[in-house]
Design a protein around this ligand. Structure first.
Ligand SMILES: [Zn+2]
Ligand SMILES: [Zn+2]
Length: 281
């Protein structure tokens, strides 16, 4: 078969456009819808929001704003190439576009996707930290940024991008989900991905409506401290499964519960560090 005929085959296959291509487009659109407004907020860095800023230092805007867009474009090009390459296999999975299940089945399926993806992501992410080669050559790219803003959420090595995308599709492929449910799920997944990097812990963040989610502060501490808080979205895995919670993150939550602002908590952390240093010295 010549290349042109192969391309025409893709072009004329509506299922190819509905399944991998539309799913990717929806996932990107959702990510940018959450990430761009928050990136603009971080760019302006308004004094009125300073009390909600998780890390009381400047965002790494100059260095990583445009490279973040560059990575998004390159990573998606690579992903599209792989989707074309693996389309004959992907077509065989049970994801479908016939009858839509009842609403409560859809809710249960989405819940299952969130929990399964978070569980799988926890182990993949933790392994990328524990395996020296993976950390050095792949995951360290995402960790170049210590104080992230929304758009930095997809600043990562293409291998990590492809693996993360693949992981998100495990649930839908496993149960043979309807394509509309897959679209809703990837939108939720990208809201998670963007929200974890916005850098502000505002009380009116709609993502707080999600049960068990503790807000962007959870993943922000992963970037700030590097070790611990490995799940993608839900902190319970670090707490109960891996005992990989970051102590400073737990102190932050306690401080917020007690009514302290992010500024006051940062000051408290500094005082704690100073007293530890004095004791050691
Ligand atoms: Zn990491
Ligand atoms: Zn991150």
């Amino acid at each position: 078969m010549d290349v042109l005929a192969l391309w025409q085959g893709f072009y004329n296959d509506p299922w190819f456009w509905q399944y991998p291509m539309a799913t990717l487009a929806i996932s990107m659109l959702t990510f940018l819808t959450v990430a761009i407004p928050w990136t603009i907020v971080a760019w302006i860095d308004p004094p009125s929001l300073k009390k909600y800023k998780i890390q009381q230092k400047p965002f790494e805007m100059k260095k990583y704003l445009w490279p973040s867009f560059g990575r998004i474009i390159i990573n998606n090009m690579i992903l599209i190439g792989l989707l074309i390459l693996f389309w004959p296999l992907m077509k065989l999975t049970a994801v479908h576009n016939w009858d839509l299940p009842a609403w409560y089945i859809i809710i249960l399926q989405l819940l299952f996707f969130v929990l399964l993806d978070d569980f799988l992501y926890y182990w993949m992410h933790r392994y990328m930290h524990e395996n020296k080669w993976l950390l050095k050559h792949i995951h360290s790219v995402h960790h170049r940024i210590r104080n992230t803003c929304g758009i930095n959420g997809n600043y990562m090595h293409w291998v990590e991008y492809v693996l993360t995308a693949g992981l998100a599709l495990v649930g839908p492929m496993l149960i043979g989900a309807h394509i509309y449910v897959v679209w809703i799920w990837v939108a939720i997944r990208q809201i998670e991905g963007a929200d974890g990097h916005i850098g502000y812990d505002v009380p009116w963040n709609p993502a707080h409506l999600f049960p068990l989610y503790k807000g962007p502060v959870y993943h922000d501490f992963h970037h700030a401290k590097f070790k611990g808080n490995y799940a993608g979205f839900l902190p319970y895995l670090d707490e109960y499964l891996g005992k990989t919670h970051i102590p400073a993150y737990l102190r932050y939550l306690k401080g917020r519960k007690a009514g302290l602002t992010a500024i006051e908590i940062t000051q408290q952390e500094e005082a704690l560090r100073n007293s530890q240093r004095q004791r050691q010295g």
